[in-house]
Structure formats: C-alpha cells, structure tokens
Design a binder for this molecule. Structure first.
Ligand code: PAF
Length: 286
C-alpha cells in the first residue's frame, strides 16, 4: 500500500493510473476502521483496478466539540488493517493540507440537511459535503463506496454529486452488524461492556418494528419503542422516525406496499449511535 499525505503526490499517482485506463474505487473514512469499513474496501477491490481509502477526521462536520475531541484515533492499527486486505492507496492528509483547498460556503441540499441528523447536528451535512467535495475533486473516483448505516449521508452525498455534476457513481453497501445485532461503528469503541450489551437493543427495537409494522400502528409502535430503549440503557432518543426511502420525508403512518426506512439516533453512555432498517408495512389479515 502506498500512503500519500499530500494532495500533489496523490494526484500525480492517480493521473498515471487514469491514463492507463484504471478504474478507481474510493472509500472515504475518518479512521478507527472496523469490519464495516473493510467490507466497503473489499467490495471496491472486486469492482475496480485500484482501491483508495482516505482517513481524515473532518472538524467541520462535528457540531459537538466533545464528540470531535473524543473521536477515536487508531491510525497505526488502521494502516495495518488496510495493508492486510491489500488496499492500494491510503490518503492521509493533515488538516493544513486539506485547508489549502477552498470549498463552497454552502450547498443547497433541498432541506435534506435540516431534518433528522441535520436537525440534531446543525451544520453536520454541510461539513460532510465540504470535505467530500474536496476529496472527490482530488480523486475523481469512478465509484464512491458508502455504508447504509449512514442512510441520510448516502442521500445527501447523492445530491451533492448531482449538484457538482460529477461522473462518480455511488455504491451503497449493506450495514455490517456484530453477532448481537449492533451496527458496526467507530463510536462503539467508546462503550463499556455493559454499554455494548445494552446498545444491541437498538437493533432489537428496529427488528421488532419490522415484524410489527402495519398501515395503522406506527405512532403506538414508535412510542413503545422509545420507552423500551429508555428502560434498557439508553439515556436519550434524539429521534425515531419512519421516512420515505428516497426523499426522507417523515411519514405519520406506513403507506401500503411501499418500502419505508425507520431511522433512529440515541445516546448510550454519552455516545450517540445511529441505525436504520428498511421495511414494508405488513398486510393485516382477519
Ligand atoms: O462517514 C464518514 O465517516 C464521514 O462522514 C465521511 C464520509 C468520511 C466524511 O468525512
């Protein structure tokens, strides 16, 4: 694996690869790599000639300073993991290096950045778009690999690529879970053993909604699910919503025969976890 810390170095190397007609797959990360990240890289490796991972903890997407300070940094181990799965290139720029590039002041995301995550983390998606625009303009990958755990981020970045009229295509990859059902996340590293056990309730709640959801019971299900989490280790639920899978419009009741996504953000041991599940309302039989 070749590690580039400068934009110039990376660009030169990619220029060569592109003139040789190589297809490039890109997995942007903030490090603290886990099996979920590695699965994105493995998919990219199968589908491209060259797979590139970036590690950059982007300060502009953290609305909460405490979350930024506590974000796990495990660069040495990340490099070992990336080498083990034969990643071709790691881009590991410093903050100063990324700050040499200018970015749009703000992106018109049609309100997608104002709801759910956006409502609870003001400025978060503008920060994500700012850094991803910079990365895409440096790398110009053929494919960008994103994990579906960050469901809203996937839709926001689809919008960004349309706004910027870039040729990169997004590939959304399935959520990876631990045997308990807990979605893999870098933030899980901050949980105690008990916290990890309780955190698995988030997936239990989502799975229960999936089996129970009908066209008339969402409000009740939502209320009991929130209570369930608060009684089982979670301190606070930022939101639990059912949304349209394309527009992310919040729905009051499940439509018939149309897939919806249930999204959740909740705190446990001061750590904010997000997760989601796609489902279609069950048909009631008499
Ligand atoms: O999902 C993440 O880890 C980050 O939001 C991303 C896409 C790497 C941008 O900093």
């Amino acid at each position: 694996m070749i590690i580039y810390k400068t934009i110039e170095g990376l660009k030169n190397s990619l220029y060569k690869a592109k003139t040789q007609g190589k297809k490039i797959g890109f997995v942007p990360t903030m490090g603290a790599l886990h099996t979920g990240h590695l699965s994105l890289l493995e998919i990219s490796k199968k589908e491209n000639d060259l797979t590139l991972c970036s590690i950059f903890i982007n300060p502009s997407q953290f609305n909460n300073q405490d979350d930024f300070i506590k974000y796990p940094i495990t660069t040495e181990n990340d490099i070992l993991l990336l080498e083990k799965i034969s990643t071709d290139i790691l881009f590991l720029p410093s903050l100063e290096e990324m700050n040499t590039l200018k970015s749009h002041a703000s992106f018109n995301l049609d309100g997608m950045d104002q709801i759910l995550e956006g409502l609870h983390r003001p400025g978060h998606f503008q920060g994500v778009c700012e850094i991803v625009e910079k990365l895409l303009r440096i790398i110009h990958p053929d494919f960008l690999y994103l994990g579906e755990k960050d469901f809203q981020q996937c839709l926001v970045l689809k919008k960004l690529i349309t706004i910027l009229q870039l040729d990169t295509k997004i590939k959304i990859c399935p959520i990876l879970r631990s045997p308990s059902g807990l979605a893999l996340s870098s933030r899980n590293q901050r949980l105690s053993e008990t916290g990890l056990l309780h955190a698995a309730n988030i997936f239990k709640v989502l799975s229960n909604i999936k089996t129970q959801l009908t066209t008339g019971n969402w409000q009740t299900l939502k209320e009991t699910s929130i209570k369930n989490l608060l009684n089982n280790g979670f301190e606070k639920v930022d939101y639990l919503e059912m949304c349209d899978t394309d527009s992310l419009q919040i729905l009051d009741e499940a439509p018939e025969k149309r897939e919806v996504v249930i999204l959740i953000a909740a705190f446990i041991e001061g750590v904010r976890l997000i997760d989601n599940i796609k489902t279609t309302a069950n048909i009631l039989t008499n």
